[in-house]
Write a protein that binds this ligand. Sequence first.
Ligand code: T3D
Length: 266
Amino acid sequence: MAGAETPTDPTIRLAISDAIATITLDRPAALNALTVPMKQELLLALQRAEGDSAVRAVVLTGAGRAFCAGQDLHERLEPDAAPLGEELRERYNPIARVMRGMAKPIVGAINGVAAGAGASLALACDIRIAAEGATFALAFGRVGLVPDTGATWLLPRLVGASRAAEIALLGSVLSAADALAVGLVAAVVPGDALGAAARDMAGKLAAGAPIALALTKQALNAAWERDFEGALELEAELQDRAGRTADHAEGIAAFIAKRPPRFSGR
Ligand code: T3D
């Protein structure tokens, strides 16, 4: 990949090129299971992508054959492991919060198994593309735990209450085809085409009007919490802001001139 490769930690890679930040979970020998330092570095990488004005879209993926196998279960056995509530409040929840609150769209390139908190990370992306061999499992129940990192909130909103109950309570493993059928992923592609497909989608998003995309993400997030009247009012407020941007003027000018728009993010 062209562009600067910034190793923020041995377990997370952040590469920025062509307005796309690619964040790779990089602990393939443990199927990218999440350790404390890895979670800290993931949060940092997300914050860097969020704060970098050159970045307009983010891709989150995993190195090797897995997307992410969730919490590193070996680490939980260490004598100084934090109580679970603390681990969630201090380390997992901030990651989910940044992903959902970030003004930039996040494409999940789900290259393999996404289990436990790894599935939650996939759910927290805005759009997911899966490799043919990818699987999704809220494997929390298998280790006597409750789905977390936003999964109980995100999953029913993505696939509906009935499917969510089935997936969460049974810990059912969804194949990529299953995930496509329930609307969890936008597309399923051969494994060797995943990187290009995710970059292609991120490229389309990066070419969009950044403020309009940010406000759209804000409106979609907020709509889950509002009634119809509230959604109408928020749309009016956000549209008022979008309508004052240079990018709105550019979009109209490009339409009139029959040329592609060049959005500046202003
Ligand atoms: O702090 C907190 O605990 C709160 C948050 C909790 C949220 C959670 O994420 S709980 C759920 C944690 N995840 C799981 O329960 C999944 C555990 N992994 C598996 O069930 C299987 O590994 C897979 C189904 C994902 C893949 O199976 P398979 O047969 O393809 O691979 P494998 O042989 O099991 O794993 C390969 C290696 O990855 C292996 O290491 P080794 O033996 O070669 O040295 C295995 O130990 C390691 N690995 C896989 N998952 C984890 C892991 N190591 C640590 N933690 C893992 N979660």
